[in-house]
Every structure is written in structure tokens, then in C-alpha cells.
Design a protein around this ligand. Structure first.
Ligand code: NAD
Ligand code: AHE
Ligand code: ZN
Length: 368
């Protein structure tokens, strides 16, 4: 079939909206009509050529919601007409990682995902006879896409597509990192670096968990108002500050119980660790750093009890936990609507990247 898609033909060039060829689903795969997709900073990072796994040409996008239109042979867990959220972190429930109960990082198809192909090693997308890569196993910047059945979570039919798509990455990543990865408790002091599409969801996860003090740090003063709506009690505008760490340690009476990096900047990751409380503070890296970057700190920071960890997709097991977050959204426990600051048709998707780079949007959503 033919489908409209925004294609990244090369790094650092605007996406081009063209009609691409899409092969139907093979064994264990489903064809999904994407109804809406969010644009996450990770899409921009790959498009900007900063991703060590970045492959071109490709169809980016990993934060979608849509409807199953066809199922391939052997598919049993999902049916035509069901609403779904594509999962870049699938859940096969059979691999060593899924069975361990210790991680959400299913390994069933990770190797082929990273190579931009389906689990059988081939791509379903092409343009003028040239193969196009899949992206993070999702490619939601296409009106139709093909996904393995283990990489879709059910979306209840009364949930709107143009807001629920955000649960496909940002909402789950932020809320999940707060409640599942960190395990924030009642009264805890939390510090969140980077108050964009992910950080604001960490704030609301911290609020849900009953945190006491919730400090937000950003270089963009325009983030303060929205962050306060999402639970931030104290704002630190870090632009121009020589070293934010002593200031936060003083503000929090000795350091954070939990801190989060939601910037992808390795200097910020270090500051986030070092503003944790001596003896127990835990820092969670969420931001994705550009290829070649490394983190460092004095080992003394760890010797004295601070813990450095990380979180992918908020520690959420895709098929099990995503429907729970959708319920929380539909019950009003998780707030999404004000975070969707812009909506565009696919033809204007490049404007969404411009707004993100200028710090003027939280989440832009493409509605097909
Ligand atoms: P975003 O652009 O919406 O937000 C980033 C925020 O960080 C902005 O408000 C920006 O002003 C702020 N910032 C930038 N530099 C800063 C600095 N030096 N100090 C303080 N604040 C600073 O991006 P997003 O969509 O929220 O994504 C944030 C990061 O999370 C990205 O690196 C993205 O790739 C990553 N991410 C990771 C996962 C995961 O599963 N681990 C999932 C989604 C996104
Ligand atoms: N390709 C990058 C790694 C990118 C990365 O860490 N991705 C996150 C999700 S970001 C969503 O916006 C993730 O889930 N990581 C776990 C995984 O298996 O990719 C690189 O550095 O090569
Ligand atoms: Zn993302």
C-alpha cells in the first residue's frame, strides 16, 4: 500500500512529506493506522545526527496512537479495529529480561530495532525502490506503520488519540521514573533538572507519590508557570549560575532524596547526582546524551552513599503498565491536556521541531 509519511532522508535536514510504499504485516506483525503522534526530544536528537544508532533514510516518531487495520499470520493478542499505542519498549513476556521481573527492558527484538528493521531483518517501508529504515521499532511519523504484536499496548476506545499518544513516551517515562524507577515516597524531597515534556511528567509523578518539596531547575524561565501547575514547589533558574549544586543543597536542607536529569546534558547529570543527600540520595538519568559523551563524578560521591541509576520508558512494562496509565489519565489522576501545547497536520511537522528547539512548546502533536 501507499502511505503518507515524513521522511528523514539525512541527518540535519528537514523532514520531507512524501508517499511511501508500505508492505503489509508478516507473521506476528500488525498494520496500524496512526491517528496522532507526539514529537519527543529523542526524535530531534536522532534527526540532529547525535544518536550513535541513528540510521538514514528513516521514518522517525515513537510516541503514537492508532487503530489496528490488519493482522499478520499467527497474531493472537490483538484484533482488527482495536486501538493501540506502539511500544518502543516491547513486552514479549518470554525473554530472560521479561521473565526476571527485574526490568522492563525486553530483549526479544532490541537488536533488529537498533538496526532499523523488523524482527525478520527486513524493512516494510520503501520510497522509489529505496529501503527506508524503521525507527525505534515504531515509525509513527507515517500515517500507517507495521509493528510486531509484542510492541503494541491496548488503548481503551474512549481515550482520545491526540492526547493519549503522549503516553507512548513522555508521560510514561516521566511518571514511571518517579513512581517505579525511583519509588518516591510520601514527604520526600525531589529535584528535577529540565522541565520540558519529560521533566513536567516527573513532577506530576512526584506529586502523585506524595513528595514534599519538589524543586524544578531549568535554563528557560518560561517553564516556571507550567511546572508550578504540575507540582513544583520551588523553581531554580540555572542559566548563568556558576554551580547550582551548593544552592540546591542549601535549599533542600542537605540534598535531595531523589533527583532526575531530564536534559540529556552530561554536566547536568553530574549536578543532579551531586545535589543528592549524603548517605542515601538517588539520582535517575532519563536524558539521552549525544554520541560520544560520558558522565563523571568524584567516586567519593558514591562512597558516601549517593546512588546513580537510569530509567528507560519509566521502567514501565509496555503491555502491562501502559493501559494502567491510560486509565489514570481517563480518571483524572494523570494530567495530559495542558502539556499538548501545539497540534499540526503532518505537512507542518518541521514547525514542531523548530518550536521545540526554541523552547516554545512542551509537546507538539501531529494529528493525521
Ligand atoms: P524538552 O526539549 O521538552 O525539554 C528539555 C528541557 O531541558 C527544556 O525545558 C530545556 O530548557 C531544559 N534544559 C536544557 N538544558 C538545560 C540545562 N543545562 N539545565 C537545566 N535545564 C536545561 O525535551 P524532552 O522531550 O523533555 O526530553 C528530555 C530528555 O529526555 C531528552 O534527552 C530526551 O532524549 C530524553 N528522553 C529519555 C527517555 C527515556 O526513556 N530515558 C524518554 C523520553 C525522552
Ligand atoms: N540510541 C541511543 C539510546 C537512546 C535511548 O537511550 N533511548 C531510550 C528511549 S528515549 C525515548 O524518547 C531507551 O529506551 N533506551 C533503552 C534502549 O534499549 O534503547 C544510543 O545511545 O545509542
Ligand atoms: Zn521519546
Amino acid at each position: 500500500m501507499k502511505t503518507r509519511a515524513a521522511v528523514a532522508f539525512a541527518a540535519k535536514t528537514p523532514l520531507e512529506i512524501v508517499e511511501v510504499d508500505l508492505e503489509g504485516p508478516r507473521e506476528g506483525e500488525v498494520l496500524v493506522e496512526i491517528m496522532a503522534t507526539g514529537i519527543c526530544h529523542t526524535d530531534a536528537y536522532t534527526l540532529d545526527g547525535l544518536d550513535s544508532e541513528g540510521l538514514f533514510p528513516t521514518i522517525l516518531g515513537h510516541e503514537g496512537a492508532g487503530i489496528v487495520r490488519e493482522v499478520g499470520p499467527g497474531v493472537t493478542s490483538v484484533a482488527v479495529g482495536e486501538h493501540v499505542i506502539p511500544l518502543y519498549t516491547p513486552e514479549c513476556r518470554k525473554c530472560k529480561s521479561c521473565l526476571s521481573g527485574k526490568t522492563n527492558l525486553c530483549t526479544a527484538i532490541r537488536a533488529t530495532q537498533g538496526k532499523g528493521v523488523m524482527p525478520d531483518g527486513t524493512s516494510r517501508f520503501s520510497y522509489k525502490g529505496q529501503m527506508l529504515h524503521h525507527y525505534m521499532g515504531c515509525s509513527t511519523f507515517s500515517n500507517f506503520t507495521v509493528l510486531p504484536e509484542i510492541a503494541v499496548a491496548k488503548l481503551r476506545p474512549d481515550a482520545p488519540f491526540d492526547t493519549s499518544c503522549y503516553i507512548g513516551c513522555g508521560v510514561t517515562t516521566g511518571v514511571g521514573a518517579a513512581i517505579w524507577t525511583a519509588g518516591i515516597g510520601v514527604g520526600d524531597t525531589v529535584v528535577v533538572f529540565g522541565l520540558g515534556g519529560i521533566g513536567l511528567n516527573v513532577l506530576q509523578g512526584a506529586r502523585m507519590a506524595g513528595a514534599g518539596r519538589i524543586v524544578g531547575v531549568d535554563i528557560n524561565p518560561g517553564r516556571e508557570a507550567m511546572a508550578r501547575q504540575f507540582g513544583m514547589t520551588d523553581f531554580v533558574m540555572s542559566k548563568g549560575m556558576d554551580n547550582v549544586v551548593p544552592h540546591i543543597i542549601e535549599l533542600t536542607g542537605g540534598g535531595a532524596d531523589y533527583s532526575f536529569d531530564c536534559t540529556g546534558n552530561t554536566d547536568v547529570m553530574r549536578a543532579a547526582l551531586e545535589c543528592c543527600h549524603r548517605g542515601w540520595g538517588k539520582s535517575v538519568v532519563i536524558g539521552v546524551a549525544e554520541s560520544g559523551k560520558e558522565i563523571s563524578t568524584r567516586p567519593f560521591q558514591l562512597v558516601t552513599g549517593r546512588v546513580w541509576t537510569g530509567s528507560a520508558f519509566g521502567g514501565a512494562r509496555g503491555r502491562t503498565d501502559v493501559p494502567k496509565i491510560v486509565d489514570w489519565y481517563m480518571d483524572g489522576k494523570v494530567v495530559i491536556d495542558p502539556l499538548i501545547t501545539h497540534r499540526f497536520p503532518l505537512e507542518r511537522i518541521n514547525e514542531a521541531f523548530d518550536l521545540m528547539h526554541r523552547g516554545e512548546s512542551i509537546r507538539s502533536v501531529v494529528v493525521f
